[in-house]
Write a protein that binds this ligand. Structure first.
Ligand SMILES: Nc1ncnc2c1ncn2[C@@H]1O[C@H](COP(=O)(O)OS(=O)(=O)O)[C@@H](OP(=O)(O)O)[C@H]1O
Length: 570
């Protein structure tokens, strides 16, 4: 009896529990304490079952399932379940959900990257006319000449090119003897190049200051050399030149608090004064107007002639593969990397030649009015810069989104290298023996062993690099001997194989031919030039003598005849 009562109590307790559960569960569900996505769970179960069945041989079902997830075009009806088969309709639904989810994420990524693109550069937002760029299959291009303009970030770029030549054992053109420029401010001439270190072969890289004159540069370079240069907003390029090069000293404006402003009140007047008092004209004063165009070869007299300026711009566009922009230095380097199929590591850099703050020559704040005056005074450079600023963004547009991935990677690598290479200790330097103070760098004592070698090269300035190359490229240096022994450097020059001497001879012959002397191409020997100049002289004499003699003889004859006639007639 007791046992029956116990059973009854248990039954009542279970009923009470069930009743409470029935009452409470919907409330729990409502409060989202427990979610029971039964439909989703069953769909996932089907989906995994499909995968599972594939792993054990249901190939066809899986192909359909995968097909449904990859190709949206497969109609859902095709995946309807057959008797006894897995519920593939559900599988495809789930796949579609995944796909949908992925698409949303991708779309969102694209939206985000679009936004960031628009943020950085409005012009690069369309995808039309994208260049094909395949980093893995393209071949690095090793023949490059950099026309190094002044105060444009060009020393940083020169470090990149020096490093490229250095690490790949490329031959680089060096200025003659103890010099650091190729005869600048004169136009480039091959005689300003250290031909001995070129060992008769054209240089692969040229990257120190020079004034552009293409035909004479071609004498020392490979015929397929690509030329590049860099420009900077003329307002800041001029400010940097004027202060860093201390042009105000030559102009005797040191007593003024803002010499640049004073100079621009009457620039021609100040220059006339200078021309009267200073002989010879100080070298750096060649940059006092349109400095970038001066480096790019435009004659100062042409700087006021719009037609000549536009023609010169067209010529540069035609002859240069890339015109980089200092304000977009990183973008410029990514363009360089892609155009020449280089590695991203080739274009990492540490900013060189930056003026120190708090010195006489440091950056000055410019009023709007002064900026306008600088623009007006450097009109040719403004036209040059504006033109190439446009074409620059057009080039970037052709590279599509991959460009911005490279840009991000470059910036990240630059930060990493700076952190590892550079000592926090402040260093001040002077370049080109000028008094202007620039920021220098000291190798970080704690640099990683892995990066040390590269860091040393990254921090080497232009002058140190030239001195280093002078030793490295000395034909009889131990280094060159070893390179030659390993077949990694050309054998020592043989007279017949001296490409540069032959080019110079041919050029001279062409020059003399253009003066009208014929028949000299067949003998381009050492004697040629002397022979030709002698012939030119004697030809010139003959031109004067022969007609005279003929005239005298003819006159004599006439006189004699006349005399005879005179005698005969009486
Ligand atoms: N990467 C990068 N980005 C932006 N700016 C840079 C960069 N590298 C150099 N610079 C600035 O370029 C100026 C020095 O130019 P150069 O190296 O051409 O000078 S020089 O002609 O060789 O003396 C100098 O400008 P100023 O400081 O205004 O004089 C440098 O600060």
């Amino acid at each position: 009896m007791k046992f029956v009562r116990f059973l009854l109590l248990c039954f009542l307790a279970v009923c009470l529990l069930c009743f409470t559960a029935i009452l409470l569960l919907p409330r729990v569900n409502e409060k989202n304490i427990i979610r029971l996505p039964s439909k989703a769970i069953s769909e996932y179960a089907d989906f995994f079952a499909a995968k599972f069945s594939h792993a054990y041989g249901n190939e066809e079902a899986n192909i359909k399932a995968v097909g449904s997830s990859r190709k949206q075009s497969v109609p859902a009806g095709l995946l309807a379940p057959q008797n006894g088969e897995l519920n593939l309709r559900n599988v495809s639904n789930v796949d579609r959900e995944f796909e949908e989810l992925l698409r949303n994420v991708n779309d969102q990524d694209e939206e985000n990257s679009k936004e960031s693109l628009e943020g950085t550069n409005q012009e690069a937002s369309t995808e039309t006319g994208i260049l094909k760029y395949d980093e893995l299959s393209c071949k690095p291009y090793n023949h490059i000449a950099f026309l190094k303009t002044h105060k444009t970030g060009s020393s940083t770029l020169t470090n990149i090119l020096n490093r490229y030549a250095d690490l790949r054992e490329l031959i680089i053109a060096l200025p003659m003897r103890h010099l650091y420029r190729f005869g600048w401010p004169n136009y480039f001439h091959w005689s300003s190049v250290d031909l001995w270190r070129l060992n008769g072969k054209p240089a692969s890289v040229l990257c120190n200051h020079a004034r552009y004159r293409r035909p004479l540069m071609d004498v020392v370079l490979h015929s397929d050399t690509k030329f590049i240069t860099i420009l900077r907003d003329p307002v800041y390029q001029f400010e940097s030149t004027f202060n860093y090069m201390e042009l105000y000293r030559f102009l005797r404006l040191t007593n003024y608090s803002n010499p640049l402003e004073v100079f621009l009140t009457n620039p021609r007047g100040y220059l006339r004064n200078l021309a009267r008092t200073e002989t010879p004209f100080p070298e750096s004063m060649h940059l006092v107007r349109n400095g970038m165009f001066f480096d790019l070869g435009l004659a100062p007299l042409a700087q006021d002639n719009d037609e000549e300026i536009l023609n010169a711009i067209k010529k540069i566009e035609h002859e240069f593969t890339l015109v980089l922009m200092m304000e977009y230095f990183d973008e410029s380097l990514v363009l360089l990397k892609r155009e020449f199929c280089w590695d991203l590591d080739d274009v990492i850099y540490i900013k060189q030649n930056e003026r120190k703050v708090g010195t006489d020559t440091s950056k000055k704040v410019l009023s709007l009015q002064l900026k306008e005056k600088i623009r007006a005074w450097n009109k040719a450079d403004v036209l040059l810069y504006d033109h190439f600023n446009k074409t620059f963004w057009e080039k970037i547009k052709q590279h599509g989104r991959g460009f911005y991935k490279d840009l991000e990677d470059l910036r990240r690598k630059n930060r990493e290298m700076y952190h590892d290479c550079v000592s926090p200790e402040e260093v001040t330097e002077t370049a080109f023996r000028l008094t202007g103070k620039i920021r220098g760098f000291k190798l970080n004592e704690g640099v990683s062993r892995f990066n040390k070698y590269l860091c040393q090269k990254l921090l080497r300035n232009e002058i140190d690099y030239i001195n280093y190359f002078r030793e490295k490229l000395h034909p009889y240096s131990e280094y060159q001997k070893q390179l030659r022994a390993a077949g990694r450097a050309p054998p020592l020059e043989q007279a017949a194989g001296n490409i540069i001497t032959n080019r110079i001879k041919a050029m001279r012959v062409r020059l003399l031919n253009s003066t009208g002397i014929r028949g000299v191409q067949s003998q381009p020997s050492r004697q040629t030039v002397q022979d030709i100049s002698q012939r030119v002289q004697s030809a010139a004499q003959n031109v004067r003598v022969v007609p005279k003699r003929a005239q005298v003889a003819a006159q004599n004859e006439r006189l004699q005849n006349a005399a005879q006639n005179v005698r005969v007639v009486p």
